[in-house]
Design a protein around this ligand. Sequence first.
Ligand SMILES: [Zn+2]
Length: 274
Amino acid sequence: MIRPTAAVAAILFSAAPALAWGPTGHRAVGRVAERHVAPETAREVAAILGPERLAYVGTWADDIRSDPAWAKAETWHFVTIPTGQTYATSKKNEAGDLLEAIARFERVLADRAAPRLERQQALKWLVHFAGDVHQPMHVGAREDRGGNDVMVLWFGDPSNLHSVWDSGLIDRMELSSTELAEKVDIATPDQVRAWQASTPLEWADESRAAADRAYVLGDRRLGYKYIFEQAPTLELRIQQAGIRLAGLLDRVLGARRDTAGDWLEELALVPAGR
Ligand SMILES: [Zn+2]
């Protein structure tokens, strides 16, 4: 066997962690949200986004990753909560994290005096983060960078657990984002109400619990059995992300705006002016 040079090894094993559901997952989240927002909210969204749509702006946060001006955003896509701790008790990343970023951009979006470009970007961030916070590998323990360091074989090809969850599982479904959104969006009105009444802190806790189940890997040769075991969770998380994004936007932009930001008080940790 040829030994990889140090440089090659660095590329192979220390590549920047993947940061999101793949494009299909993020688009499906936005599309589910479009199906659930109130008409008044949809009008506000259109006024802020112009010709763009919720179904497509969720990938902007990944598109800008190569822009040095946004290097500061790298840590906003995930949150680390060490085993046995909660977000409240955990040491916060001073560069920002997923929950802190949701709270921060929710405030910008709710501020009707803020410049339109800032509110537009805040909305794009929130569409993206609604997906990320429901991706089990984005609410991880510190040791393995959200599964990026957990090497697996995915249908025989070298991969890692984070990548399997970002895109491996979804790609194997061979559905467009429209089809995926239609397939997963099956909640009853009672479920929609209950899900929309929960907070991003709870969404993160659920992701953490789902991640624990996702780590049942056997011999790490993952394929159809892993899809069979995990696809229901994946579909539920995409669905919940879209429905809760709709609820968040209704709260911040629509008829329910009077209750905007209650969960921010609970967080009580949002640094001003980052
Ligand atoms: Zn992301």
